[in-house]
Ligand binder design. Sequence first.
Ligand code: KG4
Ligand code: ZN
Length: 364
Amino acid sequence: MNNILNKNINVLGIETTCDETAAAIVSLNEKGESNLLSNIVHSQYNEHSKFGGIVPEVAARSHLKNISFIVAEAIKQANISNEEVNAVSVSCGPGLIGGLLVGSMFGKAYSLSKSIPFIPINHLEAHILSPRLFQNIDFPYLALLVSGGHTQLLYVEDLDKIRRIGTTLDDSVGEAFDKASIILDLGWPGGKNIEKAAENGDPQSYNLPRPMIKRNNADFSLSGLKTALFRIAEKETLNKKVKSNLAASFQSAATDVIEDRCLNAFKIIKKINNNCKNFVVVGGVAANKVIRKRLTNLSKMKNFSPYFPPVEICTDNGAMIAWNGIEKILKYGISNINDPDFEPRTRWPLDPMAKPIRNAKEPR
Ligand code: KG4
Ligand code: ZN
């Protein structure tokens, strides 16, 4: 493998864990400055929406159909040639096995054909590191990961050194938004649609529960909120006004829960490391403007500096996968991170010491 640390490097990132086929090029120059050169995302919304959720077989076939085109487009838009790609980072889990196989086999073939390193990436870690592609954020920090598959609060001490301090006992926040959207007949995936409908609604029009609030930990539970919404929606005529009011009430309840859980996480973090002052919020739900605003205000009140990735980097993308590859190159060296034998993992907890949660759908 060539030693390329003393020159500009370009890393190709590939993402296929769920329902986005994505690829991006991130460059790093000799001064250590990074630059997002391209970011191509093909979302499979249209392929899955008629089923009201992701169908793994459909997702795998769609990844297979699109991956070469998406990667070629990322290289073209970055205005570089295949020969100028110095490493390939691939999201190797956690996720759906069909997509993981497509992404990792494509990445391994690409790396072999160009004699460049293959870097396996944990999709969750990529979300958590993603704001560092755009801003200088020092470790350690508290991270709130709120996506469709995961809801976790984590103490991020360093790259590959992460401790879970809170998780969901049942649904993830993104899943709760998606289910609320289906209940209100607003379509799928739901986060964006709930946020839009809520803009014209009154958040106090319906009294919904705030599960876990005031509990002395940083865990979440959201299935009760979804069920309460369902019970009310069953009795209502779902016209535009009612949908907006229910969406606003749901979003407000979910945000209250997130806020309360983060308040406890701030306290827990201070006990672990009193010097920890940074707070990053990542994952698809971090795109929500109301949640961004409320968490910005909350962290400022509690003397934490809040950071969010740009909205388009909150949902799944290749940029965060390429960036995680660069973080690994910088920490371990380009000649130490090639791992072509890595097997994709449907489960890949960030904190291997964290206890499994009974009834939780997400892997630890
Ligand atoms: O990070 P992501 O793309 O995929 C996973 O890794 O799971 O997150 C997708 C989730 C979906 O549940 C989607 O409804 C939610 O993020 N989401 C939102 C918003 N945009 C996406 N939730 C609330 N408000 C949004 N604006
Ligand atoms: Zn994700």
